[in-house]
Design a protein around this ligand. Structure first.
Ligand code: ZN
Ligand code: ZN
Ligand code: ZN
Length: 393
């Protein structure tokens, strides 16, 4: 707890005080206090300031009658700004509005010219880069990654990558733990544009998103999208038994195929009577729609369903039912012309000994002319290094 002696005043003996309404939490006004006005405020309970223009003490409300009754005062982390919670008797602003903050300043949108310079290299150019030293799938603290976007950029530069795309998870209203926050896309884009501009001489940074197929359509402003199926929709009656996620409107239930192994098994029993191949068929039927639903440029981990199946633990990956299921999905997806990723996350996270897609699926796709890009799907800087450092060199 800070005392009055801890307050750090500026060279004019002043400290800014931010007033908020203790009920609505609305910011009402900002004014300056000196030691004397702070002590008057503490003793009278009425917000009192130092006027820089009139060079005198003033108690808010003395002329207007709109006194600000102080409930608490909190210093910020370095004790040079005060947050004053008040009960206002009336509007804080001399113009008669509740708050003095009424004039929004226009924000540059991500499509504005200011950012264009950083966007000169597009997805198509990168895909044509013969060196292949690029990685277009990784996560940061914006969703379920461990490193900040800037830390991932630093690591990518250290590893000698020429281009990266950061692709945090799109918001899903039914499962908010792992994805970006609702309405966070604009701030996320702005941060990646800022980094793209700062680092433009050292690495190309694209702003992507891993768009789950059950998310709302992605907002504009992304360089590209990875379309991914992480869930299978099941009847909402199965929510309890399966541990599935129910949508905000209560109408849909989704079971994840990669959340935890326990939940994977539980969903197989609760929704498919323990028939993992039926679960697989539902998954591949889902994933076959991923480009149609998301409009994405890249198909994410097409056989994510096999995550927990190393050594055919739950089902035989050579079973004709399984093969038919993925072949059908691949045929539909090949027709879209989207690129398939060769995703290393199953390996780097220790669940699989092979990338997504597994060799049989990769061969099937390759023979039919699929375009591939190798991605780490890294969720930490060390995972980026494990894929692009030692192992693939
Ligand atoms: Zn993730
Ligand atoms: Zn994914
Ligand atoms: Zn991912």
């Amino acid at each position: 707890m800070a005392t009055i002696d801890d307050i750090k005043y500026d060279d004019k003996g002043l400290v800014p005080a931010v007033l908020i309404d203790c009920d609505t939490r609305q910011v009402l006004m900002v004014a300056w206090m000196n030691a004397e006005s702070l002590s008057i405020t503490l003793n009278t309970g009425l917000a009192t300031f130092w006027s820089r223009s009139r060079q005198e003490l003033w108690t808010k409300g003395m002329t207007s009658g709109n006194f600000m009754h102080v409930v608490s005062i909190t210093a910020d982390c370095d004790c040079d700004t005060l947050l004053v919670e008040v009960h206002p008797d009336g509007p804080a602003c001399h113009k008669g509005t509740v708050s003095c903050f009424t004039d929004p300043i226009e924000m540059p949108s991500c499509d504005d010219a200011a950012f264009d310079e950083a966007r000169t290299v597009k997805l198509a150019d990168i895909l044509e880069d013969a060196t292949g030293q690029f990685d277009l799938h990784m996560h940061t603290t914006v969703s379920d990654g461990e490193a900040s976007p800037e830390e991932m950029v630093d690591e990518a530069i250290r590893l000698g990558l020429v281009a990266i795309g950061i692709t945090d998870h799109s918001f899903t209203d039914f499962d908010t733990e792992y994805c970006m926050a609702e309405n966070a896309a604009a701030a996320y884009q702005a941060e990646l544009r800022r980094l793209a501009s700062i680092y433009k001489d050292r690495i190309t940074i694209l702003c992507g998103m891993e768009q789950d197929m059950f998310s709302e359509p992605a907002p504009s402003g992304f360089d590209y999208l990875i379309g991914s199926a992480h869930y299978v929709e099941v009847p909402v009656e199965y929510a309890q038994a399966s541990g599935g996620h129910v949508s905000r409107d209560g109408k849909h239930c989704y079971v994840s195929v990669d959340e935890t192994e326990d939940l994977f098994v539980r969903a197989a029993y609760a929704c498919f009577d323990g028939d993992y191949l039926a679960f697989a068929e539902a998954y591949y039927e889902t994933v076959s729609d991923v480009i149609k639903r998301t409009g994405a440029d890249i198909i994410g981990h097409v056989d994510l369903f096999s995550k927990y199946n190393e050594g055919n633990r739950y089902f035989d990956e050579n079973d004709p039912r399984y093969v038919r299921a993925w072949q059908k999905a691949c045929d539909t997806l090949l027709a879209t012309g989207a690129a398939f990723e060769i995703n290393q996350h199953g390996r780097s996270s220790g669940w699989r000994s092979v990338p997504y897609p597994a060799p049989a699926i990769y061969e099937y796709l390759r023979e039919r002319g699929a375009r591939f890009i190798t991605t780490s799907d890294a969720h930490s800087a060390s995972e980026l290094a494990s894929v692009w450092g030692e192992s693939l060199e």
